[in-house]
Structure formats: C-alpha cells, structure tokens
Design a protein around this ligand. Structure first.
Ligand code: GLY
Ligand code: MN
Ligand code: MN
Length: 424
C-alpha cells in the first residue's frame, strides 16, 4: 500500500520532469525578461486554429516559455511592468482555461489573468513600447510546411499594426527566443534522446518486415506503430518512405507505392516526444541485400556522414561542415548529385530555429548527406541511375565533440542486412 501511495505521489512529478519542469519554464521567462529593455516587449499567442484537434501543435516559443499545450492563451513579457490590482507584473499569462495554468510555477514577476483581459491591457500598454517581438501567425506546421500562408498572414498583420502604431518596431520573436532555444537543457536533451530511441525502434521494425512487394505505407505503419505505442503521439514531420524512384524526391510524403525487388527505400522519420522531435533517415534495400552499385554509393554517403559527425564540435560552424560535405562529394565527382543541405537544428521544431552558425555545447543538429541519381540525368553513371541514398542522424554537441542521439539505429551495411534477416 505504501508503495502504491509513493508511486501515486511521485507520478505527477515524473510526468512534469519529462515535459520540462515548471521551474525551468519560469527561469526561461525570467531570462527573456532580462534580455529586453523597458521599451520592448514580447507577446506570444498559442495556436488557436485547430477546430478538430488533429495533431495539435503549440506555437513553439509560447510552449518553450510556458509549457502550456492548449488553445486560446497569450503570454506577455514586458520589463516596463503592467499594473495588475495593486501590484506591477512583468510577465502575464492570459489563460483560456484555468485548469491549464493551475500547476504553473509563478515567480515574483509573473501572474495569470483570464484571456478576455488581454485586449484592454495590451492596447493601453502597447502605446508605451518602441519594439514588440511577436509570435509567428497561427500555422499548423505539419500540414503547412510548403505553403506561403504564414507569410501572407504575417504581412497582413504587420501592415495593420503599422497603420495603428506607426512608430512601433515589429520583429518576430522566433529569432529572439530562438537564441535561448538553440542551447538545449538536460530535460530537452532527454526528450530528444527518447524521441530518437523510439524512432530507432520504428526503423528497426520496418527493417524487419521489409520484403519486395510490401507497400511504402506498410513500412510507415511499422515505424509509426512504435511511435504511438511508446507514447510519442505526434510526429515531428510527416513520415517519408520512398522506394525506387520515389527516394529521389527529398520531401516525398505520399508513401503509397508498392516496393519492387531491388529497390532501395529511403525512410526519413521522426517521433515527437513531449514536444521534441528526432529526425533520422535510413536507406535500406527492400530485399534485405544491397547490390554492389548500391553498396558503393551507400558507403560513400556513409563515409561523408561519419567524417562530418567526427568534425562536429564546439567552435566549428555548420557552414564549414557543409563545405566539407560538398568537397568530399566533389572528390568522387558526385557533388552535383548532392542536392540538399547537410544539417539543421532539431528541437521543438524538427527544423528548429537557426540563430547562429557556430556550434556550441547543448546544440542538437542533424547530419544528413545524400546522393540522388535520377534516370534522365546524362551525367549520372548508368549503374547508379534511379536511386538515391540519404543517411541522417540527430546529434548533440558536447564539450569536446558530439554524441549521436540516434546511435541505436543500424547504419552499417552489415548491421542493416543483419537486422533485415531477423524477420519477426
Ligand atoms: N525530415 C526532414 C529533414 O530531414 O529535413
Ligand atoms: Mn533533417
Ligand atoms: Mn529527416
């Protein structure tokens, strides 16, 4: 009985610690406060456009500073201070539902108010400001990756604000808060590590069921079964499972083709755990055995990937890593077939905000070289025509180098072939 009581008592603490502790969110708000002067403020709105509640993804800066994962809330941080009753508060969380803020840890500068109090307070306060950092317009990122909707909304919002407050400087909070988000805390790293472990399990499951004739969506289902069954209810991005010629399309999301003997399958997937993404790509032969030509390209990409990972450490820039990869492929004469970037930061957003180029301990990035030989490219050697290879890991920059957070995912040819033999 004592044991059960103990478990009941500590369970909420464990859940909170995985999410990011309340104190950590409060410390982040205080940090933002210290980065502003008394004529500037930050206003962040939670994502409110999700009528069916499908894959609700909170505005990342709002989440980073509050840990609140629901609609209809607003965060206002202003060092000038706002009179609330007989006190002056510098940080106000305007809430929609009291249950979402009940547990929140409030410092001396913080308070909570009902969301309908935002407009009157903010419209008075804004007149005192010279600069306002704002959250990006609502966008359901996962479904809106490639559209320009967000840019139109932002432009419209800016022009309306300009008309109302001609002297006010407006700047997206993305970059401002992003400077903090770039360096991950231990809790954030643990969440990305867990997301990576789950994603690894998903990729291993797909490797085990792969066989010629299997459909791309069956492989996707094997990956995502692991996500959901391990509590990663969302994906960092739509899963990419491209076989045959589909693996030449970098962001291929259809996943609706049947594989054929001899195909390579690029699987680029990432679970999201407590808001944090992983991003891993493996390229596998659906038959369980790479051909000689596939091996040649696979090992080339793998060498560039491993060498780039070996270079990744504090002080090195992502630009240097990029140039390294281009030159490495150039030595083989294949730089033309390397068609995307090598690296991006990972965190709450799978393409997390990039605020600086020089790597520092606590940053999490991907290393993801690839080569893609299309069938109609006259420069492509015949034996490679029609397939692509991408290999991607999520890595943490440490004091002296880096740690591969996705290291549980088989990557060597022998290991992949071994896992693929172990059918369920
Ligand atoms: N999964 C998208 C990317 O690797 O950038
Ligand atoms: Mn990536
Ligand atoms: Mn990826």
């Amino acid at each position: 009985m004592k044991k059960i009581l103990f478990i009941l008592l500590i369970a909420p603490t464990i859940i909170m610690a995985q999410n990011g502790s309340n104190d950590e969110y409060r410390a982040r708000r205080e940090k933002v406060l210290s980065m502003l002067d008394t004529t500037s403020a930050v206003v962040l709105k939670s994502v409110n456009e999700n009528p069916l509640g499908i894959d609700y993804v909170q505005e990342h800066n709002f989440y980073y500073l509050t840990g609140i994962n629901s609609q209809g809330n607003i965060l206002l941080i202003s060092p000038k201070g706002i009179k609330v009753g007989n006190k002056t508060k510098k940080t106000i969380i305007f809430y929609n539902n009291i249950n979402d803020v009940k547990e929140i840890s409030l410092g001396a500068n913080d308070t909570i108010l009902k969301s309908n109090e935002f407009r009157p307070i903010f419209s008075k306060h804004i007149a005192l400001l010279a600069k306002l950092y704002y959250s990006a317009p609502d966008l359901i990122l996962v479904n809106d990756w490639l559209s320009d909707k967000a840019y139109f909304m932002e432009r419209e919002m800016k022009s309306r604000m300009k008309a109302l407050y001609p002297k006010l400087k407006l700047e997206s909070a993305e970059f401002f808060v992003g400077r903090l988000r770039a360096i991950k805390s231990l809790q954030e790293i643990n969440n990305i590590k867990k997301a990576s472990d789950i994603t690894s399990d998903g990729l291993i499951s797909a490797m085990k069921i792969a066989k010629p004739g299997i459909w791309e969506y069956e492989l996707q289902a094997a990956v995502e079964y692991q996500f959901t069954s391990q509590g990663a209810m969302l994906r960092g991005f739509p899963s990419i499972v491209g076989s045959g010629l589909n693996n030449l399309i970098v962001h291929y999301f259809d996943n609706n083709c049947q594989t054929k003997d001899g195909d390579l399958v690029v699987m680029d997937v990432g679970a999201k755990y407590h808001g944090y993404s992983s991003d891993i790509t493996r390229t596998i032969p659906v038959s369980g055995k790479f051909t000689d030509a596939q091996k040649e390209i696979y090992n080339m990409v793998l060498k560039v990937q491993k060498d780039a990972i070996a270079m990744a450490k504090p002080g090195v820039s992502t630009g240097e890593l990029e140039r390294f990869a281009v030159n490495a492929f150039k030595k083989y004469g294949y730089d033309k077939f390397y068609i995307h970037g090598l690296s991006h930061p990972v965190g709450l957003d799978v393409h997390d905000v990039m605020t600086e180029d020089i790597l520092k301990p606590g940053m999490v990035i991907t290393i993801e070289p690839g080569l893609y030989f299309s069938t109609n490219d006259k420069d492509a050697p015949d034996k490679y025509k029609g397939f692509g290879v991408r290999i991607e890991d999520t890595i943490l920059i440490t004091e002296n180098g880096c740690e591969i957070l996705s290291s549980k995912t088989p990557k060597e040819i022998d290991d992949i072939e071994k896992f693929m033999k172990k059918k369920r």
